[in-house]
Design a protein around this ligand. Structure first.
Ligand SMILES: O=C(O)CCC(=O)C(=O)O
Ligand SMILES: [Fe+2]
Length: 329
C-alpha cells in the first residue's frame, strides 16, 4: 500500500539579494528554484532584499492617506470616462466574489502617464492613457512619489519575470514580448475601513484571482490577506512582513503554463479595528499579447484572447456585479 503524500502548499520568503547582485551566480539558481516551487504549489511567495526603499514606500503610504482623506464628492470627480485603471473607485464599486456583498474597500489607480493624443491611448482607450490627480493635493505628495514608485516596481517586476522565465522550459526571453516597451501596469492604492459587519458575505476584497501575470503587493501591518489552499480548502493568512513584498501569480501566467503555475484565490477581511492600507502593483503587460499556452497547445478554455480582452472581461465582470447589486438594492 502506498500512502499519498499531502499535496504541498508552500509560501516561501525568498531573499532576492543574491539574484539582484549577480543573476548568474550559484545562489541565484536557488532563487529561481524557490520561486518555481512557490508557483507550482501555492502561487504565492514573499520577497525580501528587493531593493525598493522604505523611504519611498513611506511616501506612497502617505500619498494613499492623503487621497482617501479627501471629501467624497471630490474623490468621485477623479474618474476617467473610458480608462478602467486610473483614478478613484468608491467603496463597494467592485465585487470580486460572486455571491458576496460588494467589497468594503476604496481604491485609487495610477498607471504610466500616456498623453491623450498618443496613438496608444487612441487604440487602447480602456487601459492606456493619462493619470488623474486631484489638484488639491500637492504634486510632491501624490504624483511624484507614486510615479517614482511605478518605475521602481516595474523594474522589480521585470526582474521577477526574468526569474520566472528561468524556471520554465521556454527560453529566458519568453516574457520579452509581454514586458517590453511600456507594458500596461498599475498601482492601486487601497483603503479598507475597519469592518464592523459580521455578515459572512461582507469582505474587504472578495475571493478572487488576479487578472494579470503577477502582482507585487505592499501591505501595512493590519493583516487580513488570506490565500486559499485548494488542496485542503483552508484559508492561510499571509502575515505582514514590513520588509517584504507579497508576490502572486495571476491568471495570465496560469493560462500560459496551463495551470502548472497557480493563480491562487485570495481575499481580504480587515478584522483589525483600524484602517488598513495596501498597494498592489499589477503587471498586465502588452495589450496585444495572445494568451496561449507556451507549449503551443490550445488554451484550456478553448478560446484564444489577447491580454487586453482578458483584462476588460475581468474588469467588466467584477465592477458590473457591484453595479448590478447597487441597482437592485
Ligand atoms: O489588499 C490586499 O492585501 C490585496 C488586494 C488584492 O488582492 C487585489 O487588489 O487584487
Ligand atoms: Fe488580488
Amino acid at each position: 500500500m502506498t500512502i499519498d503524500k499531502p499535496a504541498r502548499f508552500i509560501i516561501p520568503t525568498v531573499d532576492l539579494g543574491p539574484y539582484l547582485a549577480n543573476p548568474s551566480s550559484e545562489e541565484s539558481s536557488k532563487v529561481v528554484e524557490q520561486v518555481r516551487q512557490a508557483c507550482i504549489t501555492s502561487g504565492f511567495f514573499q520577497i525580501v532584499n528587493h531593493g525598493v526603499s522604505k523611504e519611498l514606500q513611506g511616501r506612497v503610504s502617505k500619498a494613499a492617506e492623503a487621497v482617501f482623506a479627501l471629501p467624497l464628492e471630490e474623490k468621485k470627480q477623479l474618474r476617467h470616462p473610458t480608462l478602467k485603471n486610473r483614478g478613484y473607485e468608491i467603496i463597494g464599486s467592485q465585487a470580486l466574489q460572486e455571491g458576496a456583498l460588494p467589497d468594503l474597500k476604496e481604491g485609487f489607480y495610477i498607471g504610466q502617464h500616456i498623453p491623450p493624443e498618443d496613438e496608444r491611448t487612441k487604440i487602447h482607450p480602456h487601459l492606456i492613457g493619462p493619470n488623474i490627480f486631484p489638484s488639491s493635493i500637492p504634486e510632491g505628495v501624490l504624483k511624484t512619489p507614486t510615479e517614482e514608485y511605478y518605475r521602481e516596481c516595474l523594474g522589480l517586476a521585470s526582474k521577477i519575470m526574468e526569474i520566472l522565465a528561468k524556471g520554465l522550459p521556454y527560453g529566458n526571453d519568453i516574457f520579452v514580448p509581454f514586458m517590453s516597451n511600456d507594458p500596461v501596469c498599475s498601482i492601486r492604492l487601497l483603503h479598507y475601513p475597519p469592518q464592523k459587519s459580521t455578515d459572512a458575505r461582507q469582505l474587504g476584497a472578495g475571493a478572487h484571482t488576479d487578472f494579470g501575470a503577477i502582482t507585487l503587493l505592499w501591505q501595512d501591518m493590519s493583516g487580513g490577506l488570506e490565500v486559499l489552499n485548494g488542496n485542503t480548502n483552508e484559508w492561510i493568512p499571509i502575515d505582514p512582513n514590513p520588509d517584504a513584498y507579497v508576490v502572486n501569480v495571476g491568471d495570465m501566467l496560469s493560462i500560459w503554463t496551463k495551470n502548472a503555475y497557480k493563480s491562487a484565490v485570495h481575499r481580504v477581511i480587515n478584522k483589525s479595528n483600524k484602517d488598513r492600507y495596501s498597494v498592489p502593483f499589477f503587471v498586465d503587460g502588452n495589450t496585444d499579447v495572445k494568451l496561449v499556452p507556451f507549449d503551443g497547445s490550445e488554451p484550456l478554455t478553448g478560446k484564444v484572447i489577447t491580454a487586453e480582452e482578458h483584462m476588460l472581461e475581468r474588469f467588466g465582470t467584477t465592477y458590473g456585479r457591484a453595479a448590478a447589486a447597487a441597482k437592485a438594492s
